[in-house]
Design a protein around this ligand. Structure first.
Ligand SMILES: *[C@@H]1O[C@H](CO)[C@@H](O)[C@H](O)[C@H]1NC(C)=O
Ligand SMILES: *[C@@H]1O[C@H](CO)[C@@H](O)[C@H](O)[C@H]1NC(C)=O
Ligand SMILES: *[C@@H]1O[C@H](CO)[C@@H](O)[C@H](O)[C@H]1NC(C)=O
Length: 417
């Protein structure tokens, strides 16, 4: 027995060795071929440009072009140097796309035309366009990623069920380092428009995100476990949070964003799942909230499954245009009453500053700091917070529970007593 096993092991070892050598040869041959020609990409990407219409994609909005995009990705990602996937003007129907790295060189996806997501849910495992483990990724252009969500929004049961089935997110970036998403429009996603997870140094700029105000869970941009994320000059109007900054987010800059309709620019929800990490170093500056149901919000579950801290959060130069709950820290967050709102809070919120927050509120409570009695909010400062109730027969007010606040130069009605 022992003898045969040993022999078998040796045979396997030799076989593995031969295979490894062959694979190595093949790989270096490919790399050489790629370096030799002017063409940096694979065979179907002459001069480093993979035009999907040259790979069989059809811009008539009806023919399934998934295969062409998959092929374009394989070529672009497999080529050294810079490679561009070109999506020319036109409407391309595509099912789920799973673009995996690491890539040999840098890939740009030039979106001049529109990608339309298939509405056949049986095709999807999880998301629509998933990009994983890619460094130096650029997605740019004036085209649209249309999730065609209106066909399936009625199948969303998340308002009723805590552990509901999640519909496909439109654009998902996982483990992407040093990326840029610019110029494009994300339209009517089935679930979140963009989900950023485990990414580092990503700039999202000049992007438009649009879905009806009553479309379920169509968050604009959600991020989690990521650092160095900037969202710049972006217009978001959706049916859920315009931006949600989830657990594990650090060094986030949000500048020049307009939000509305939508549920606001949110940090959280925090504490829902196990092993969530801290949120820290968040700056939100020069933004406008237009008729959103919340403005600047921090939300945490009181029956939290994780112990975590949200800290060093700075809001500055924010204009409220008839926003509901312009400033709200809600540590008893419990949407649709599908959780318990009483429990031992484990989420700490501290060092939050609000500077130059002006405009109008659609709710009398312009400031709500609803912190938990077990872990009060600390280090909250307000400097020039001046938001007036826009309705009639009531006045602007602050509702503060378990919050230590330092207020300077603001409406006295908004100072937490
Ligand atoms: C955020 O902005 C600040 C001030 O403009 C800057 O110092 C910092 O590097 C920025 N961080 C990111 C992640 O872009
Ligand atoms: C306050 O913020 C507004 C934008 O909401 C800006 O126009 C104004 O210049 C800011 N004021 C100061 C003193 O920075
Ligand atoms: C004013 O608003 C507060 C908070 O929403 C509410 O409790 C109160 O009843 C309102 N007062 C009037 C007169 O409507």
């Amino acid at each position: 027995m022992a003898f045969t096993t040993k022999n078998a092991m040796r045979a396997l070892f030799l076989l593995a060795l031969v295979c490894a050598v062959q694979a190595g040869k093949a790989a270096s041959k490919d790399a050489k071929a790629a370096d030799d020609g002017a063409a940096k990409g694979g065979g179907s990407c002459p001069s480093g440009s993979c035009d999907i219409t040259k790979l069989g994609a059809s811009g008539n909005g009806k023919t399934d072009s998934t295969k062409a995009l998959e092929e374009a990705w394989a070529s672009a990602c497999g080529g050294t140097g810079k490679n561009t996937i070109l999506i020319p003007k036109g409407d391309y129907l595509v099912g789920p796309l799973n673009f995996k790295g690491p890539c040999k060189g840098d890939v740009t996806i030039q979106v001049d035309g529109n990608l339309l997501a298939s509405t056949d849910l049986s095709l999807y495992k999880k998301n629509w366009i998933e990009i994983l483990r890619v460094d130096n990724l650029v997605i740019t252009g004036k085209g649209k990623l249309d999730g065609q969500g209106s066909a399936v929004w009625s199948k969303n049961s998340c308002a009723k069920k805590y552990d509901c089935k999640i519909l496909p997110n439109s654009l998902v970036l996982d483990y992407v380092n040093n990326g840029e998403v610019s110029g494009i429009t994300l339209l009517n996603s089935k679930f979140f428009h963009m989900n950023v997870y485990q990414c580092k140094d990503l700039v999202i700029k000049d992007v438009t995100v649009t879905a009806p105000g009553d479309s379920p869970n169509t968050d604009g941009i959600h991020m989690g476990d990521s650092s160095g994320i900037s969202i710049v000059n972006t217009v978001i109007g959706v049916g859920d949070d315009c931006i949600s900054i989830g657990p594990g987010s650090t060094k986030v800059n949000i500048t020049g964003v307009t939000c509305g309709p939508g549920h606001g620019i949110s940090i959280g929800s925090l504490g829902r799942y196990k092993d969530e990490k801290d949120v820290t170093d968040i700056t939100v500056k020069d933004c406008t909230l237009k008729k959103s149901s919340n403005g600047l919000r921090i939300k945490a579950y009181e029956d939290a499954a994780s112990v975590l801290t949200a800290s060093k959060i700075h809001y500055e130069n924010i204009k409220m245009e008839d926003a509901g709950n312009p400033i709200i820290i809600d540590m008893k967050y419990c949407p649709n009453k599908i959780c318990t709102s009483s429990g031992a809070s484990k989420v700490t919120v501290k060092d939050v500053s609000f500077k130059n927050i002006t405009g109008t509120s659609s709710t009398p409570e312009a400031v709500s700091l609803l912190c938990s009695d077990k872990i009060p909010c600390s280090g909250v400062t307000m400097d020039n917070v001046k938001v007036e109730y826009s309705g009639t027969n009531n006045k602007t007010m602050a509702v503060c529970k378990n919050a230590k606040v330092t207020t300077t130069a603001s409406l006295k009605e908004l100072a937490c007593a």
